[in-house]
Write a protein of this length. Sequence first.
Length: 184
Amino acid sequence: MEIVYMRDAKKLKTLVHYVCWKTSDDRVLGAVKLNKSLFFSDLWTYVERGTPLTGETYQKREHGPVSTSLLRVLDELVAEGAIFVRRQLPPHHGRLDVIALTKPDITGFTPDEISLVDDAIHYTCYEHKTHEISEESHDIIWELAHIGEEIPYHAMLASELGEVTPEHLEWAKQMASKAPKVAA
């Protein structure tokens, strides 16, 4: 039996809006740093509480783990007038600027959760350049996954323990399959 975390779509949407609002300078937040802020918020909450903040699914992509729902959430926030999304032209081709137009309602988060998210935002957006934070998320778990493959939370945890072999990853999957199903 695989451990399944219920995705909280409303919390994810609010988290995306909040990250955009906290990084109001469009030179600070692009698609890579937005994804990493979400990823670290979920991962660090998982490490502390045993359950992720949003339950979002992350897949291996070229620049690291990526939220599978982010594009849909951005479209929803744009349609609501909460954010503005702008694609950069060359030489920054492909860069996505995301700018909050309204303040998010974060009442669905505890103060401890917001503190952890703020730490993830600061770490991702202000302590690292885009290429640095992208490289940092390319750990052994990311390397073992195939492009497009989901990176399970229990595997993300294993990357903190040291060098992980394919055998370790298989063992972790087997152990997770024996654990009771958990819904957040």
